[in-house]
Design a protein around this ligand. Structure first.
Ligand code: URA
Length: 205
């Protein structure tokens, strides 16, 4: 598949995006979507946030987390002294599923190598998964209600350098959309986010 070897990180990300379009990943979703939502933020970010799939506002703008969940994500970032341009934000699935239905296993499987390639290019210190769909792509056996806020380590075969492995530090978090009408979960997310600055200081890369 993809082998973005030359150029800076942004150029490599652009190449992965072009490859996804060329390979027509998730053709059924691409047919009904307005825009692909590939990702946004700094390709040099120390932390990457990964959600589930774009919703209506993301589909219309082509940008991740710009609706109600995105507003809360902005608040959470502000709470730990980060701005959106300091981080990189994306989702496992790059096209809005019709009526915001859950992504299908085959859609997640088709999108995954590109998601991993994106991460390998950015090479962040920390990957914060937002919601169970995102977490379960890295950690299929864990339950978010049990492990949210607890740092995990995952080693995967590299998609960009076959024959080698890559390690990711993962912080499973609830999806901000789940906390919009749930004050308790809101506080839980605030508390879990509070662990991020210390972790970024500790992790050396
Ligand atoms: N939820 C997601 O998982 N991703 C988005 O981009 C927006 C909402």
């Amino acid at each position: 598949m993809i082998a973005p070897s030359l150029g800076d990180k942004q150029a490599q990300l652009d190449q992965i995006k072009a490859d996804m379009i060329k390979q027509n990943i998730c053709p059924n979703l691409a047919k009904t979507a307005t825009n692909m939502v590939f990702g946004d933020g700094s390709p040099n970010a120390e932390i990457v946030f990964i959600g589930e799939a774009p919703g209506k506002n993301e589909d219309l703008t082509g940008l991740p987390f710009v609706g109600a969940a995105g507003k809360f994500l902005n608040e959470l970032l502000e709470h730990i002294g980060l701005r959106r341009e300091d981080v990189y934000i994306t989702s496992i699935i790059k096209y809005r599923p019709p009526q915001n239905r859950d992504p299908l296993p085959e859609e997640k499987a088709a999108s995954w190598p590109y998601m991993q390639a994106q991460l390998e290019v950015i090479n962040p210190k920390l990957v914060a998964t937002l919601g169970r769909h995102s977490m379960n792509c890295f950690l299929p056996d864990l339950q978010i209600s049990k492990v949210h806020g607890e740092f995990q380590k995952v080693t995967l075969p590299s998609v960009l350098k076959p024959g080698t492995t890559v390690e990711f530090a993962i912080l499973p978090l609830f999806h901000p959309a789940a906390a919009i009408y749930n004050r308790g979960l809101r506080q839980t997310l605030m508390d879990d986010f509070s662990g991020i600055p210390g972790a970024l200081k500790q992790i050396t890369k």
